[in-house]
Design a protein around this ligand. Structure first.
Ligand code: FES
Ligand code: FES
Length: 152
């Protein structure tokens, strides 16, 4: 099965019903995307599918055939994406486990909303659970990243 991963054509040999999460992590070896609940409840496995955030634990490989998938590794090679800069500035992560999913939901939000309100952020991030309770810092970092992106 062929699809585009982080801007490159890739081919996966897993069965069509294999969750995309395992293809990304085990077959392709990109481990930034995390397994949390496995039931589309926690958001730890969030990636983009044709620009939309999806839960890769519940997305079969067959659903991404010929499409564009982006993982947290696509944000930048050197932590220079505005979201990553803001995440570092606000010292967002605690254990860090949920954070790549948080970043990918935030990236999808900012891709189509350059000036999100508190409500916009709450809505976009509501499916990303953080057992460490980093939500206030996540929100502050998203606002900061939005300012950086508007300034260009
Ligand atoms: S691991 Fe996919 S939503 Fe929790
Ligand atoms: S930083 Fe620990 S789960 Fe979010």
């Amino acid at each position: 099965m062929k699809f585009n991963l982080n801007g490159k054509a890739v081919s996966a040999s897993a069965e069509p019903d294999t969750p995309l999460l395992w293809v990304i992590r085990d077959e392709i070896g990109l481990t930034g995307t995390k397994f949390g609940c496995g039931m589309a409840l926690c958001g730890a496995c969030t990636v983009h599918l044709d620009g939309q955030p999806v839960r890769s634990c519940q997305t079969p490989l067959s659903a991404v055939l010929g499409k564009r998938v982006a993982t947290v590794e696509s944000l930048s090679p050197d932590n220079s994406h505005p979201l990553q800069t803001a995440w570092i500035k606000h010292d967002v992560p605690q254990c860090g486990y949920c954070q790549s999913g948080q970043l990918m939901s935030a990236a999808a939000l900012l891709a189509h909303n350059k000036n999100p309100s508190d409500v916009d952020i709450d809505e976009a991030m509501s499916g990303n659970i953080c057992r460490c309770g980093t939500y206030p810092r996540v929100k502050a970092a998203i606002k900061d990243a939005a300012i950086m992106m508007r300034k260009g």
